[in-house]
Design a protein around this ligand. Structure first.
Ligand SMILES: Nc1ncnc2c1ncn2[C@@H]1O[C@H](COP(=O)(O)OP(=O)(O)O)[C@@H](O)[C@H]1O
Ligand SMILES: O=C(O)C1=C[C@@H](OP(=O)(O)O)[C@@H](O)[C@H](O)C1
Ligand SMILES: [Mg+2]
Length: 187
């Protein structure tokens, strides 16, 4: 890891105290999927991406689910997939950006996991989502406007996560390091 913060022994000790999944929440593009995978590798835990699990269960891309069945159908599947992922102890889960804004899904995560709000400013989000055209909610509008609106709408929900990490500029490893430090303090 680029920015080691805890020694191997300290990481083992932290992991041994974890009895629940670590769940990354926050806006699309903030880095939940990529940072989550790196965090899991550092901690030696399993990684699950809720969007990947939904795609596997539905045998369809997220964008295709939105197009063919609509957002509420997707949210329903998302809640069921996340409920399943919350079982089975410590692991790292990356959610899709809208999951934590759904009341039932948020309650599941807050009750059974350690929610971490990964946050960055709108400019950073717009730059990061520009790297892949896979997000159905950004189609048919100005990405900056949509992101700014969704961020404002969802912030009161994300703020319910007990840990808040700002990840603007700086490499992925920096976000991973800060998450590990906060987890160590919090647990
Ligand atoms: N800290 C970071 N620094 C630079 N690029 C990042 C960082 N975090 C994420 N990215 C990039 O931003 C893009 C979106 O990340 P992703 O993990 O798919 O976000 P999310 O799952 O939250 O939508 C990816 O190209 C990823 O490599
Ligand atoms: O913000 C959202 O509502 C969404 C975010 C996406 O995941 P990422 O946050 O991983 O991009 C994906 O779940 C879907 O396109 C809806
Ligand atoms: Mg993702």
């Amino acid at each position: 890891m680029d920015h080691p913060s805890l020694s191997d022994g300290e990481i083992r000790e932290l992991v041994s105290r974890l009895d629940r999944p670590i769940v990354l929440v926050g806006m699309m593009g903030v880095g939940k999927s990529t940072v989550g995978r790196k965090l899991a590798a550092l901690l030696g835990l399993q990684f699950r991406d809720a969007d990947d699990e939904i795609e596997e269960a539905a045998q369809m891309r997220v964008s295709e689910i939105f197009e063919r069945f609509g957002e509420s159908y997707f949210r329903d599947g998302e809640r069921r997939v996340i409920a399943r992922l919350m079982e089975g102890g410590a692991k790292v889960i990356a959610t899709g950006g809208g999951a934590f804004a759904q009341e039932e899904t948020r309650k599941l995560i807050l009750d059974r996991g350690i929610a971490i709000w990964l946050d960055s400013d709108v400019d950073t989000l717009v730059e990061r989502v520009g790297r892949r055209d896979t997000r159905p909610l950004l189609r048919g509008g100005d990405p900056r406007e949509i992101i700014a609106r969704l961020k404002a709408e969802r912030e009161p929900f994300y703020a319910q996560a007990p840990i808040h990490i700002l990840s603007n500029s700086g490499p992925h490893g920096e976000a991973v390091t800060r998450i590990v430090q906060e987890l160590d303090k919090w647990q």
